[in-house]
Design a protein around this ligand. Structure first.
Ligand SMILES: C[S@@+](CC[C@H](N)C(=O)[O-])C[C@H]1O[C@@H](n2cnc3c(N)ncnc32)[C@H](O)[C@@H]1O
Length: 383
């Protein structure tokens, strides 16, 4: 039954409700599905990951990748435009691609998002073995990232966990109850200093310290004295050293900016993804081009937080939905092939039941959650 007020069927409204509060996968052509959802998901999606056919002239078991350039370009332009509309102000779109259409996809992305909102081109080391039958063994693919607003994305994106060599810099030689710390300079260049940052600092042992030439104290006198009283300024083991601030591990936003080179050992390969899927879906035909969960996990980690809505409009074997579920994100997945009913549904059932492969151990996944499955022909229907 159609609701005259906005043209949505009752079922579609139900689906939209579920998309807004929970998880849904939809069997249908992505442009048509997004069109049906319309205003309901406009501006709501924090992170889109898509892995469209690459137009690489291959025929895979579950889809045909021989669209030809003009058709492929036309389809991508329309979908990228529509996908952009679903993003939050600080949202981002990540697209997997290979050399066949990398240059064209970059151009489409620049046109749709504005070249100032191009964030990065990640090189993913997608295979470890050497392909000797070709002039070059292709061992990488790309992931292009565009933001609705580069500025807003930069403010909201998450860092990656710091490597051990950075964490090792934090020690606790004075048994500080606040835990491990490292010392950082207590003085800064005086270019933008105010008068209140120039003074003689008195150490607890009475020793006097002046900032070096061309520099000033990082805090004014009252603030610095409060920090010293609080034990947050270090004067060396004997109390005579130049004062330095204690930066605590527990208070520091420790992390590193993601690099543009994602190695197979960190995020997995196409082969490792296939093996994971074959162990998971023993009765289904092998899906040829799945992405490893580690790769999608990294994207979702950088670009979203628990509770955010994630969208994948080319769901394939359901990797993005599975990873989103394991990471506590909500998701909407769209897939036009019948494998959504076999691969995606069965995979998500296994995830709900605590499936142990992929990123499960890494995120401590024990199972839980739910997902609605819809069919979209002329309307969205719960199945
Ligand atoms: C490369 S696969 C995605 C693989 C996925 N990332 C994974 O890890 O399993 C591309 C998928 O997009 C689907 N697809 C292609 N065009 C589509 C469209 N217009 N609407 C919905 N799905 C589409 C194909 O059926 C195929 O399953």
């Amino acid at each position: 039954m159609m609701d005259e007020s906005n043209g949505f069927t009752r079922e579609a409204k139900l689906c939209i409700g579920e998309v807004q509060t929970g998880n849904a996968i939809v069997h249908g052509e992505n442009l048509a599905v997004l069109d049906s959802l319309g205003a309901a998901i406009k501006g709501r999606v924090k992170c889109i990951y898509i892995d469209p056919p690459y137009n690489n002239a291959e025929v895979y078991r579950h889809y045909d990748d021989r669209l030809g350039r003009r058709v492929w370009l036309d389809r991508m332009i329309h979908r990228m435009k529509m996908l952009r509309e679903t993003l939050t102000v600080d949202g981002s779109l990540w697209v997997s691609i290979d050399d066949s259409e990398l240059h064209n996809l970059r151009q489409i992305g620049d046109d749709v998002f504005g070249s100032e909102n191009f964030i990065s081109s990640v090189v993913w080391n997608h295979r470890k073995t050497r392909e000797n039958r070709r002039p070059f063994s292709t061992n990488h693919e790309y992931i292009l990232c565009f933001a609705r607003s580069a500025e807003a994305f930069k403010r909201s994106r998450n860092l990656l966990a710091a490597p051990p060599e950075i964490l090792d810099r934090y020690k606790n030689p004075d048994n500080d109850p606040r835990g491990a710390w490292q010392s950082v300079s207590a003085n800064v260049q005086d270019g933008h200093a105010t008068k209140s940052q120039f003074y003689t600092l008195v150490a607890p042992n009475g020793r006097l310290h002046c900032p070096p030439k061309g520099r000033c104290w990082v805090y004014n006198k009252p603030k610095m004295e409060a920090e010293i009283r609080d034990g947050r300024v270090y004067f060396g083991r004997d109390g005579n050293a130049v004062p330095r601030l204690k930066k605590y591990l527990s208070e520091a936003k420790i992390g590193v900016a993601p690099s543009t080179l994602w190695m197979a050992d960190e995020v997995g390969t196409t082969d490792s993804a296939k093996k994971h899927l074959m162990a998971l879906l023993t009765k289904e035909a092998v899906f040829d081009t799945p992405k490893p969960e580690g790769l999608v996990q990294r994207i979702l980690h950088i670009a979203s937080n628990p509770g955010d809505l994630i969208l994948d409009a080319y769901l394939g074997s359901g990797t993005t939905a599975s990873v989103a579920m394991k990471m506590g994100r909500n998701f909407l997945g769209i897939e036009q092939g019948p494998h959504i009913a076999t691969h995606c549904v069965n995979r998500l059932r296994a995830v709900r039941d605590g499936e142990a492969g992929g990123i499960s151990a890494l995120v401590g996944w024990k199972g839980g959650g739910s997902c609605a499955f819809y069919s979209h022909r002329s309307k969205l229907t719960r199945v």
